[in-house]
Design a protein around this ligand. Structure first.
Ligand SMILES: *Cc1c(COP(=O)(O)O)cnc(C)c1O
Length: 345
């Protein structure tokens, strides 16, 4: 079988969520947007619900509706994009809680779904989503009289603990919300790690649950193994892959493995990436193709059936470094072609 394998350890996922939840004296939510960071909403969300998550966050109403089908009634499902035109049916039928981002969204919400719950998203400086202070002061009294389920904002630099933006946003959020009864939420994974000042009543961890930085103590959740299709010996002067970008300087044994940039093994990782055969580190040779990668297995005594890309030796952040990216992008790029196995359920 030439299908690459993606194994997702749900026990590690649950343990990561539990660790992040236990770091704060607050209710821990769970962010499961983008198909649970590419790892599979229908497996990840029930695992986190079983671990105790009661409040889930998604990016758009369609994701929320899918999540409701998976989880059934009960857990709160908050939608970061708020209440967009055309969303009323989904929000009502799936009992979603839109995070209202503007006065326009507020009007749309109360006109189309009077009495239906909502939250408020405030902009504390990131300038991405949410109401700015002036808009919020205009709406505040009316919004609060409807008892919002949550008042939230998002930190732009929480993965850099010493960044002055963190304190600035904390102060801005406090100025907009101090004295309000509704539960407040400011922190994703990075904010949880910044400490109690940032925790408020609800936290929103995402990447740390999936095994990524800035949660350095996270257990790895995603494991990727690539089957070897063919092995050949090349002589000095021979090249490997598109564009002849790698030339052998000594006799080299080359394994061709079955995965490529269509599987989220980004082409920009070429010439930096390596895989593992047991405890032996094997360099990627030449350019990563769409479905194939050449790997130096000269040092491996017996040709392995597969090589490890993600797992015990290297994390999503290792791969991200090769690609000049972040663990989030590695996970959400993995794609649909893998044979997926879920363990630890
Ligand atoms: C994605 C997201 C989160 C989760 O962030 P992580 O860094 O993955 O923990 C929390 N809140 C908002 C608004 C987000 O967009």
């Amino acid at each position: 079988m030439a299908q690459a394998r993606l194994t997702i350890d749900l026990a590690a996922l649950r343990a990561n969520w539990r660790s992040l939840a236990d770091m704060a004296q607050a209710e821990a939510g769970a962010v499961v947007k983008a198909d649970a960071y590419g790892l599979g909403l229908s497996q990840v969300a029930p695992a986190l619900a079983a671990e105790g998550a009661r409040r889930f966050f998604v990016a758009i109403a369609e994701e929320g509706a899918e999540l409701r089908r998976i989880l059934g009634p009960g857990p709160e499902i908050c939608v970061f994009s708020g209440h967009m035109a055309g969303d009323a049916g989904l929000i009502r039928d799936a009992q979603l809680t839109p995070m209202i981002n503007s006065i326009d969204q507020m009007l749309r919400h109360v006109e189309s779904l009077p009495g239906h719950g909502f939250g408020i998203q405030l902009d504390s400086g990131m300038n991405r989503l949410g109401m700015e202070p002036a808009e919020w002061s205009a709406l505040r009294d009316i919004a609060l009289s409807q008892h919002p389920a949550l008042i939230m904002s998002h930190l732009a630099c929480a993965d850099e603990p010493d960044h002055p933006m963190n304190a600035r946003q904390l102060q801005a959020f406090r100025q907009m919300t101090d004295g309000i009864e509704a539960p407040r939420s400011l922190s994703a994974t990075g904010g949880v790690l910044l400490g109690p000042d940032f925790h408020f009543e609800v936290t929103r961890p995402g990447i740390g649950v999936y095994g990524g930085l800035p949660f350095v103590d996270a257990r790895p959740v995603a494991f990727v193994d690539l089957p070897v299709i063919q092995v050949r010996d090349v002589e000095p002067g021979e090249t490997v892959g598109y564009g002849n970008t790698w030339t052998a300087e000594r006799p080299t044994r080359v394994a061709t493995v079955a995965a490529g940039y269509a599987d989220g093994i980004l082409r920009t990782m070429s010439h930096k990436a390596h895989l593992w055969a047991g405890e032996t580190r094997c360099e990627v040779l030449g350019r990563i193709s769409m479905d194939l990668i050449g790997v130096d297995v000269t040092a491996v005594a017996e040709t392995p059936e597969s090589l490890e890309l993600l797992g015990r030796h290297q994390s999503v952040d290792t791969l991200a470094d090769w690609a000049g990216s972040i663990g989030y992008e590695i996970l959400t790029s993995l794609g649909a072609r893998y044979a997926r196995t879920y363990t630890g359920a």
